[in-house]
Ligand binder design. Structure first.
Ligand SMILES: Cc1ncc(C[n+]2csc(CCOP(=O)(O)OP(=O)(O)O)c2C)c(N)n1
Ligand SMILES: [Mg+2]
Length: 351
């Protein structure tokens, strides 16, 4: 990638970054950069393949990488993620194999969901990443329900419900936040405000000054932060998760990000976004902002940066090649994992 020219620099010196990230700051920052580079490479490749008709659908998270990697790195294995539309990278950071995600994108027999979901809607039970629902707002009430279950079982996990700015207009937002506050549940609400709900700008979702301010109505602390700043995203999530885990109730975090791609492969934003949107978004590119910071702080040189990018592209290429050569789901898999005991159904259908 280019050397970060034109991006808004991250506002930290090394000591401040260290105080935000803790003693492992250097390792966390470099690891985050590797994951963010992988996410960027995956988005670029999959959007190209969708255009070639090789995958049916894709929704990129370009511009959301700092939040997603922070979510993956700040959570513990016991925690549960109930994603909105764009948190898939967090599942990979938590250990879901890229190969399995690619099988899902191509809806093969090795897809953990056996091709039953739209591409880009993974579920990753192995890492507590709940199947993505593109029904806007459901993530909020589902996360609250999971948090209530965790509490009832005295499980140390925290539920993290993620959603977009558009979801703050959905009924589930109000019901979910209220219930979570009243029952003081171990849940963190993450609103990835990318300033658009398809073609509707965030100014038309609300008259509130910020989306985070809405937490006050339910008695939940709300904070708006720069979600293109990995350091701030990580530290804010880590602290909110710790608060929930120690019994101090829910938090609402609004991550301000820029949607750097169309809403999905079915969208044409030139019909509704202002002409300067792309340039404004590019100046807040989270990958380039972290890259710029790592270079200035002596953690990245062009050689290492090139190695990281080539490695990310190689991983994506290999996962895609494997998935493209895998067979489609077997017809008999249709009733597998659906009924506790599918035997009585299968022979009847086959007759
Ligand atoms: C309940 C419901 N209403 C409408 C839709 C159609 N829809 C799909 S995505 C979307 C906008 C979502 O915007 P936002 O919550 O900001 O998330 P983003 O796509 O920006 O990440 C809408 C309205 C839906 N999926 N579910
Ligand atoms: Mg949005």
């Amino acid at each position: 990638m280019s050397a970060g020219a034109g991006v808004v620099p991250l506002p930290y010196d090394a000591a401040m970054a260290g105080s935000l990230l803790g003693p492992e700051a250097r390792a966390i920052a470099l690891s985050a950069y590797r994951w963010m580079t992988l996410g960027r490479a995956l988005d670029a490749r999959m959007q190209g393949l969708q255009r070639q008709g090789r995958v049916g659908f894709y929704g990129a998270a370009t511009g959301h990488e700092a939040v997603n990697v922070a979510l993956g790195l700040a959570t513990s294995p016991a925690d549960w993620i109930v994603p909105g539309l764009r948190e898939q990278l967090a599942a990979l950071v938590r250990g879901h194999p890229l190969a399995a995600y690619a099988q899902h994108l191509f809806a093969t027999d090795l897809d953990p969901a056996r091709g039953r979901q739209m591409p880009c809607h993974p579920s990753a039970r192995d890492v507590h990443y709940v199947s993505m629902s593109s029904v806007i707002g459901t993530q909020i009430t589902h996360a609250v329900g999971i948090a209530a279950g965790l509490r009832a079982r005295a499980d140390p996990g925290v539920a993290l419900g993620f959603f977009g700015d558009g979801a703050t207009s959905a009924n589930d937002f109000h019901a979910g936040l209220n219930f979570a506050a009243v029952y003081h549940l171990p849940v963190v609400f993450g609103c990835a405000n990318n300033q658009w709900a398809i073609s509707v700008p965030v100014e038309r979702q609300t008259r509130s000054a910020t989306l985070a301010a809405k937490g006050a109505a339910y008695g939940i602390p709300g904070e708006r932060i720069d979600g293109t700043d990995f350091f701030r995203s990580y530290a804010t999530l880590r602290d909110a998760i710790a608060r929930a885990r120690s019994g101090n109730g829910p938090t609402l975090i609004e991550f301000q990000v820029y949607r750097m791609t169309p809403h999905s492969s079915s969208d044409d934003p030139t019909r509704y976004q202002p002409r300067d949107w792309g340039a404004r978004a590019a100046s807040h590119d989270p990958v380039l902002r972290l890259e710029d910071w790592l270079r200035k702080n002596g953690q990245l040189d062009p050689e290492l940066e090139g190695q990281i990018r080539i490695e990310a592209e190689r991983q994506v290429r290999e996962a895609v090649a494997e998935a493209e050569s895998a067979p489609p789901p077997r017809p008999e898999s249709l009733t597998e994992d659906v009924f506790v005991d599918s035997r009585p159904f299968v022979p009847e259908r086959g007759e």
